[in-house]
Structures are given as structure tokens and as C-alpha cells.
Design a protein around this ligand. Structure first.
Ligand SMILES: *Cc1c(COP(=O)(O)O)cnc(C)c1O
Ligand code: SF4
Length: 334
């Protein structure tokens, strides 16, 4: 390019060299990023690349997705499997920790790979897709477990599946008499809104209520394209919830959180959870102390509509499950 402007990104970038060629990684950061790439997956979709301001070294979108040499340092408190799913896995691809609901992880691929991901040791483009017999065994487990009323599809990102496979899976689960609701956790509507085709929206039209929990951490992720994808899903009858992670340098101010939750609501998404960061390896640069998180939520109370208010939660270590972190008020105090 004569003016030095990198070409517009038209395909998902999956290597440090591709990021550098797109102007999203400085040359000096290349060796560190290559070392990270040897251990963790990388993916930046065209939609995400278009949101990054390469001139801003502290860009909150870049920070979520561009690899950094700091990921190679594991802090003493960080754990390979922070949610400790292992003991709660009755069959491959299923996690059953709570009596009335269970996770089904049909694949481990995502549209993007977040640098703070709590499943970063497991997610990636190759591997993790359940084989047909494994999926049958997982569906048989749901059929044989009447206490489980809610099937939660996660991964990886279930909206990376073809509409045909997704519709088949949801149809099988919805047909079980004990299943009352279905849920999907996904980053696709914001990270790859083009994947939310009419065929995908149609695949999500199910006989039982379907809740889609959209993962987004910054107001800018709610582009016109993302809002269009979410509106298509809403028209298909999908109930839209939001989940975010409290992240240093991304949304660690009352203003950033207010903008994020307002952007969600404008896109028909009700903020559900704000997660405390799980201590996955190499994620320390994103950590915000719990007391600071509580103070941020206190600052929002009263200032924004109650609809914008998520529950602030933390995953307890060793498979203890999610617990709310407050903040709490004294009812008698002024
Ligand atoms: C987070 C999680 C759920 C869902 O929990 P909710 O509080 O209902 O959103 C279910 N199963 C497992 C194993 C989880 O980690
Ligand atoms: S989309 Fe979710 S599972 Fe995938 S890398 Fe990001 S946080 Fe992890």
C-alpha cells in the first residue's frame, strides 16, 4: 500500500504474521506472539479486526484478542482448569455440577480466541468436536437424567456448528419430556455476526424456550451488524441475555460498564452475569480485585436502569460452582 495502510481484513486472522500484516501487531511484538501461538489458539475475525484502532496501544478490543508475551507467565495462583470440570463429567462433552441443569460441549472451536479465556487450555480450532457416537452418548445421558431440566450448549461456541447439526441437536434435547428450557452460550453474534444467517436463526426456533447468552465485554462490540444479528435471533423467539467478564483495561470503569450494559439493552440483550476473571494461566494482566468490582457495581446502582444490572459472580475453586459477589447494602443505612 503506498500510504502504508494495511489492507482491509477479509478473512479470520489466525497467526501472529497475519496479525502483523493486517497492522494489528507491531513487528517488535512478533517473537513474543509467536511463542504464545505455540501454546494457545489465535483468531481475529474481520468484524473484530474492523473494530480495533491500531493507533491506540491500549485499545480495549485489541486487548481482548491480540496475543501478548505476558500470556507465557503463569502466576502462582493460576490453574490449568480453573472451573475443575473433570469430576463433574459423567460422559465426554457433558458437565453436570448442579442438580437441574447440565452443560453440553459439542465442540471446542470459537469464532475468536479471547486472551483471558478460562478454557484456554482446551479451546481451539482442531479437535473437540464430538464424534457421532460421542454425541449420541451425551444425548443418551440427558435422556436418562430426568432431574436435568435445562440443557446448556457451550464449548467452544455452539453457533459455529452448521444450522443443520444445531437444529438436530436442539430438536433431540427439546423432545425430552424433562427438558424445560434450552440455553446456548455464544460469542458469535458480536464476534462473527455474519454467521447469524436466516438458516441459523431458523435452526434456533425450537419447541421449548431457548435462552442465548451472548458474551461481550465492551460497548463497541455492539455494532450495527451485531445488532442486526441479534434482532434476527429475537425475531426467531430467542431470549437474549448478556454475559461479560470484568477485565482490566477493557471495562474496568463505571463509565465503560455503563456503556456496555446500555449497548446490550439497545441490542435487546439483558445483562445476566458479570464474571470475576477465572485464574487461567497467563491471564494476570486482566485481573481486577473483587473489592474494586464491587465498588464499580455500587457506582452503577441508581445511575442506570435496573434492567442493566447483572449479577456479579465468581467461580469458586475446585469445582465449588458460581457464587454471587454482591455488592451488598445495609437496608437500614441511608
Ligand atoms: C455456569 C454453569 C452453569 C450455569 O449456571 P447458571 O448460574 O444457571 O447460569 C451450569 N453448569 C455449569 C457446570 C456451569 O459452570
Ligand atoms: S469465545 Fe468463550 S470459550 Fe471461546 S475463547 Fe472466548 S471466552 Fe473462551
Amino acid at each position: 500500500m503506498p500510504d502504508g495502510t494495511p489492507p482491509r481484513v477479509t478473512r479470520t486472522l489466525t497467526s501472529p504474521r497475519a496479525l502483523q500484516a493486517a497492522g494489528l501487531l507491531p513487528a517488535a511484538a512478533l517473537p513474543g506472539a509467536e511463542a504464545v501461538a505455540a501454546r494457545y489458539s489465535i483468531a481475529v475475525t474481520p468484524a473484530v479486526a474492523a473494530l480495533i484502532d491500531p493507533a491506540d496501544p491500549a485499545d480495549p478490543i485489541a486487548r481482548q484478542y491480540i496475543p501478548d508475551a505476558a500470556e507465557l507467565l503463569t502466576a502462582p495462583h493460576e490453574l490449568d482448569d480453573p472451573t475443575a470440570d473433570g469430576p463433574f463429567t459423567p460422559v465426554k462433552g457433558v458437565v453436570h455440577r448442579y442438580p437441574d441443569r447440565a452443560l453440553l460441549k459439542p465442540l471446542l472451536a470459537c469464532p475468536v480466541y479471547c486472551r483471558f479465556c478460562f478454557r484456554r487450555e482446551a479451546v481451539g480450532p482442531d479437535g473437540g468436536l464430538l464424534t457421532e457416537p460421542e454425541l449420541e452418548a451425551a444425548l443418551d445421558w440427558f435422556a436418562a437424567t430426568p432431574a436435568v431440566r435445562e440443557a446448556i450448549l457451550t464449548g467452544g461456541d455452539p453457533l459455529m456448528l452448521s444450522p443443520r447439526r444445531l437444529a438436530a441437536m436442539l430438536g433431540r434435547l427439546a423432545a425430552l419430556p424433562q427438558i424445560e428450557i434450552l440455553r446456548i452460550h455464544s460469542r458469535v453474534p458480536v464476534a462473527a455476526p455474519g454467521l447469524v444467517t436466516p438458516a441459523l436463526a431458523a435452526a434456533l426456533e425450537t419447541a421449548k424456550p431457548l435462552y442465548l447468552c451472548v458474551h461481550a465485554n465492551h460497548a463497541r462490540e455492539f455494532t450495527a451488524e451485531a445488532a442486526g444479528a441479534l434482532a434476527r435471533l429475537a425475531r426467531a423467539g430467542v431470549v437474549l441475555l448478556g454475559q461479560s467478564v470484568l477485565l482490566r483495561g477493557v471495562n474496568d470503569s463505571a463509565e465503560a460498564l455503563e456503556a456496555l450494559f446500555r449497548a446490550m439493552l439497545r441490542a435487546r440483550v439483558k445483562p445476566y452475569y458479570l464474571h470475576q476473571l477465572d485464574p487461567a494461566p497467563g491471564t494476570a494482566r486482566f485481573a481486577v480485585p473483587v473489592e474494586e468490582g464491587r465498588a464499580l457495581l455500587r457506582a452503577l446502582r441508581g445511575r442506570v436502569t435496573g434492567l442493566a444490572w447483572p449479577t456479579y459472580v465468581q467461580e469458586r475453586p475446585a469445582g465449588g460452582g458460581k457464587v454471587p459477589l454482591g455488592p451488598e447494602w445495609d437496608a437500614k443505612a441511608g
